[in-house]
Design a protein around this ligand. Sequence first.
Ligand SMILES: C[S@@+](CC[C@H](N)C(=O)[O-])C[C@H]1O[C@@H](n2cnc3c(N)ncnc32)[C@H](O)[C@@H]1O
Length: 187
Amino acid sequence: MLNDWNVFWGLRVAECPCDVHFVEWLEETGVTGKTIYHFGSGGHHYVGIRCAEPELDNAVLSITASTPEYEAFLKLAKEQPALLHHYSCYFGDIYTSNAKLLPMFDVVTLFHSCEFRNEKNDAYGALTDLEVMELFVDRLNPGGHILFYTGSFAYAGAEPLIAELETTRPIEKVGLFKTLLVYRKRA
Ligand SMILES: C[S@@+](CC[C@H](N)C(=O)[O-])C[C@H]1O[C@@H](n2cnc3c(N)ncnc32)[C@H](O)[C@@H]1O
């Protein structure tokens, strides 16, 4: 059985500000007109909705492993079809990602690295957290950015993997933006 996450996560900025900080990072660094992969849409779909605004004008593909969050996307799509020019969300397990099904991105968020993967994923040969990080760096355009969330309850697990990623992939640390750790893929 799929290791899904059957929770509807509303926007809880005090508890989990990563998506709001991400949109602030996009605004403050002037990231517009780019292609973004977002791990963990939430039931609020905040990143996709905000990126569709003309000031940001980014195209976002997000993933959710939650049926109610995906249903919230279906409702949005039906009620606000113009949003679909900029935003799509799919249901799945990021640990089954296949590079052949993914375009190249300018920005990737892996905020929930190490939060959800466990032995249930092993049962269907899922990728590890490091393999997901490597796959998404490979799907990044040169000069593109990959971001991690230092406020994650699983950040202590992700941190050594990010250090290993620096040795296996051509990325360099840009620095911290609020709770987010920003890396750039070398051009
Ligand atoms: C705690 S919520 C955070 C949502 C949003 N990023 C936020 O901060 O408000 C975790 C998100 O990760 C997604 N998720 C959990 N396990 C996943 C998996 N294996 N593959 C893809 N998404 C997953 C959930 O569906 C949910 O959208």
